[in-house]
Design a protein around this ligand. Sequence first.
Ligand code: SF4
Length: 380
Amino acid sequence: MSVLEEVDVPVSAEACSLDNYLVLPDNSMDERIAAARRALGKTTILLGHHYQRDEVIRFADFTGDSYKLSKVAAETDANYIVFCGVHFMAESADILAHEGQQVILPDLNAGCSMADMAEIGQVEECWETLLDAGVSEGEILPLTYMNSSAAIKAFCGERGGLVCTSSNARRAFEWAFARAQKILFLPDQHLGRNTGHAMGIPLDEMTVYDPWQSFAGIGGGITRERLRAAKVILWKGHCSVHQRFLPEHVDNVRAKYPGIQVIVHPECRLEVCEKADALGSTERLIKIVREAPQGSSFAIGTEIHLVNRLAKEFAPLGKKVVTLDDAGCLCTTMYRISPQHLAWALENLVEGRVVNRIQVRDDVKYWARAALDRMLEIRA
Ligand code: SF4
């Protein structure tokens, strides 16, 4: 008898085919997910990123941003880590996992458009371009945002660099500048620029490397002189959700709600961050709202599911939360984790089948782990 039958959940030979789940309505999944969670007990931990939809995140044992969830993943003893987030997060969990632990991503199509903007071959080519331009290996360190493939994390780890998140990007920059004169920052130009700017690095000492451009035969679309002179070389990547916020949205929301505080994620453009009252990781944005006095109001520039959740949670406490852009910004890849995918992954697990396992190759894992360990050492 399967564990599902023990907890009175109907099981048939075909029950665990994904197609059978996708035709069912969202609200029919709740009891099945809850039953599977009970059946799996402490063998399984469910992690939920703040941008997940309500129907999924309500089942998470831990919610958080990618930094917080990576710490939980590194510390848990559970056999299975079901990651309700996107692909690079599940990869990071696998890199940090102990021997024997397995990481599951309920939908393999849950990627990240920003992470996809930097491929390892392009990054290797960029590094060669830098060396050809006369930048020495000892002079520059590669840093990558968590939102990147395991191969890019390994690239950074092998060259003495590290991973950072929006919670600890500044510490990571300080760590790198204590060891080298220059940084190659992958793949989010906005987080890199905002971090450098907040540290007082002039904008003309930061340059953007575009992997799709070349200038007089030199990759990146920038001259050798510029590459040599820049203190921070920013990869030309962005988050399609956060880059949509514009300075006009800040002006509009302030005109509509006088006295409102604008708080935004540092994946937003510099022009938006400069106009905002505060910026921070999703954890920090939540903390700002939580600690504000009753009667406060906030326009938040981040993913719409989190904003809507905060609006609902804090309305009874007399705090108003609205989105910075009325059109709302949805992360379509986070949204791919549906209750049906979650139920499918969990019920298969109850039946002893691991579906959608995320496994990073051992050689990649070694250096990616080194880069992630350095990040965990510098803390948030
Ligand atoms: S919000 Fe942006 S950076 Fe985050 S997962 Fe979605 S596309 Fe990637």
